[in-house]
Design a protein around this ligand. Structure first.
Ligand code: WT7
Length: 646
């Protein structure tokens, strides 16, 4: 991008240092990132910082050779960090385990050895289906150590969803657990993994972590207990970290898009690590005295970057927790913050709204004076939740770092950056873009909207943490992210800028829902519903929810021979849970005689949205001129009646 095309004059960045830093990064990304990349240990220096000769397939640090596990562990071993805690983990049952960097290193080496013995080679995929236990980051690190590619599937996904992801990635090894704890009860994971693996011919070995101790079937020659496999290798096993090209893949993480098929977001090694390292440093500036708690499960990108790679590369101590926030009581989090002396809390608006509902007395029972910084991510934070977070958690003394980013971006993109310079905060705004992020709010034509006018959030410059492509689908990568306007990254979010230039995120602009911060594609839910024999057609929409932000509501029509009943509705809910997983559970299933459609057969989503929002139908003649006004009105009334019945 030429300097002349950069509108520096109307780009208002409040902080002077921030502005300088941002401008430097945009004007000369090569020089800027060459300097920043020195924070990482390279086995061989890159030939070029950024190869942008074939957009939108950008290559960061081509020719550079490194290993991310070496950067997370080995490089700390001849520093005092060797004996510092990498992780403090608390189980749902109150059990606490800690790992120093050295202990973690030894454990990772042993698992890496097991992987090697199982024939795992550079580039081979490992699927991970585990609860939030230390073996989860250990598996990621061991995979990266031997040059493998991990794909973590959140443990709230079904056997079918797991099988789909294993097959798409072609994983050779699956790492799972016998079961997991959920609110004091044990649930099984191995059974689910078994059902998945029955349909995944690529899988050769299944490693099973004993978490609950429940009896599970083990298939001879395929299934191995983690502790037994590790006990068989030498206690001081050492596997040299595989030298990897910076642009080689590190992981695939499946995420929902606008079609029924999840996208395999592919992240490389070098750029992703550099971005993770610097974004965490800029955003929260953690040091050796901190206890960093990012509450995300490692099944999501937030956990990958900010529970594994970035904090370990920085050499800080992270706290990780297995359970749910309200078990055994609604002050579980505050109790743990007090017990472990957590200093930075990074969580979601959904969690904050839930705690608001529980009541601040739960928080006030505890001494939270160790906290020095708060953060939020996953969905827009409403000003009320922001203010509650600030007052009740932060005692009006702590900054709130609202970080906007995505699975695809690898790390923070828009956020206040106290590690560079803290700008004045505004409740509900993620503030300004990070260095190298030339963000803009655009209209349909890709032209910047005037101040105060809502539009699409786009990014006009490549950045080191960006996805490399979609796994086995470069065409879809190009179409999805760069198909609207050439060479401009389309985020799928709405945003607006205020007169100070601050960005306000306004939610998804596409058919993707954010339910409790989790990304769920409406089309995925619709496909799951129509795969049930009773369902003829389905339309899924998001409905506003006071705690979860939004929840999915499904409108369905039935095939002949089926009639609406509570039982059928329950069956459909179960069917969605079995097809996608409990995280996609619809809030309501509304059975209707007919879905509102245009004459060309397209479902009128705007009308469904209006019904859900309780909004008046308005002037339907201009709403959809392809269908009869009478029809629309009648259908609207029916939908409303059915919805009210629920
Ligand atoms: C979508 C990405 C980034 C890690 C967790 C989610 C929404 C994320 C914010 C925020 C407003 C946000 C966007 C984005 N989002 N953070 N701070 N303010 N919206 O990753 O599952 O890939 O979802 O989450 O809609 O596009 P993801």
């Amino acid at each position: 991008m030429s300097e002349a095309s950069l509108p520096f004059n109307d780009k208002i960045l409040p902080g002077r240092i921030l502005k300088e830093e941002w401008e430097k990064s945009i004007k000369n990304p090569q020089e800027y990132w060459a300097e920043k990349a020195k924070a990482i240990d390279w086995f061989r220096t890159w030939d070029k910082v950024l190869d942008d000769s074939n957009p939108p397939f950008y290559k960061w640090f081509p020719g550079g050779v490194l290993n991310i596990c070496h950067n997370a562990l080995d490089r700390h071993l001849d520093t005092p960090r060797k004996n510092m805690l990498a992780y403090i983990w608390e189980g749902e049952n109150g059990e606490v385990r800690t790992y120093t960097y050295y202990q973690l290193y030894r454990e990772v080496n042993k698992l890496a050895k097991v992987f090697k013995n199982f024939g795992l080679k550079k580039g081979d995929r490992v699927a991970v289906y585990l609860p939030m236990i230390p073996e989860l980051p250990i598996t990621l690190l061991a995979t990266a150590r031997v040059g493998g590619v991990h794909t973590v599937v959140f443990s709230g996904f079904s056997a079918e969803a797991l099988a789909g992801r294993i097959n798409d990635s072609g994983a050779k090894i699956v790492v799972t657990a016998d079961g997991a704890y959920r609110r004091g009860k044990t649930v099984t994971l191995k059974d689910t993994a078994d059902r998945a693996v029955a349909a995944t011919p690529s899988v050769e070995k299944v490693i099973v972590v004993k978490r609950t101790g429940q009896t599970v079937p083990m298939k001879e020659g395929r299934d191995y207990y983690y502790h037994e496999a590790l006990a068989k290798v030498e206690p001081n096993a050492y596997v040299p970290p595989e030298p990897m090209e910076a642009t080689e893949p590190l992981f695939i993480l499946y995420t929902s898009g606008t079609t029924g098929k999840p996208k395999g977001v592919l992240h490389g090694i070098g750029g992703y690590l550099v971005w993770g390292y610097w974004t965490l440093k800029w955003g929260f500036d953690p040091n050796e005295k901190d206890i960093w708690w990012c509450t995300a499960d490692i099944g999501w990108i937030t956990g990958h970057t900010y529970n594994v790679y970035a904090p370990l590369a920085l050499g800080i101590t992270s706290f990780i927790f297995e359970g749910t926030p309200d078990y055994p009581a609604q002050d579980r989090w505050w109790e743990m913050i007090e017990r472990h002396g957590v200093t930075i809390l990074y969580t979601t608006p959904t969690a904050i709204r839930m705690f608001m509902k529980f009541g601040e007395e739960w928080v006030n029972k505890h001494d939270l004076s160790t906290l020095r910084l708060l953060g939020t991510v996953g969905e827009p934070i409403n000003p009320e939740a922001w203010k509650w977070y600030d007052r009740v958690m932060g005692k009006n003394k702590l900054s709130i770092i609202d970080t906007w980013w995505q699975t695809e971006t690898g790390g923070f993109m828009i956020a206040p950056l106290p590690g560079i310079e803290l700008v004045p905060l505004k409740p509900g705004s993620a503030t300004n873009p990070l260095p190298s992020i030339y963000a803009e709010v655009c209209d349909e034509k890709g032209q910047p909207t005037p101040t105060g006018v809502k539009g699409f959030l786009v990014v006009k410059t490549p950045w080191p943490g960006m996805l490399e492509t979609l796994w086995k689908d470069p065409e879809r990568y190009k179409q999805t992210y760069f198909g609207r306007w050439p060479n401009i990254y389309y985020t799928g979010d709405y945003a607006v800028r205020d007169p100070d230039g601050y960005f306000w995120l306004l939610g998804r602009a596409d058919e993707v829902l954010k339910v409790a911060g989790h990304r769920i594609g409406t089309v995925e839910l619709e496909s799951a519903l129509v795969s049930h024999p009773a369902v003829s057609e389905a339309a899924v929409m998001g409905k506003e929810d006071a705690i979860k932000g939004e929840v999915p509501v499904a409108f369905v029509t039935l095939r002949s021979g089926f009639s609406p009943s509570e039982e059928l509705r329950q069956q459909l809910v179960q069917h969605v849970r079995a097809t996608i997983g409990p995280i996609a559970t619809p809030d309501a299933i509304v059975i209707v005689n007919k879905l509102p459609k245009t004459r060309s057969g397209k479902i009128m989503r705007r009308l469904l949205k209006a019904v859900l929002a309780g909004a008046a139908l308005g002037d339907v003649s201009t709403l959809e001129d392809e269908a009869s006004v009478e029809d629309i009105k009648a259908t609207y009334d029916e939908l409303k009646r059915q919805l009210e019945k629920k």
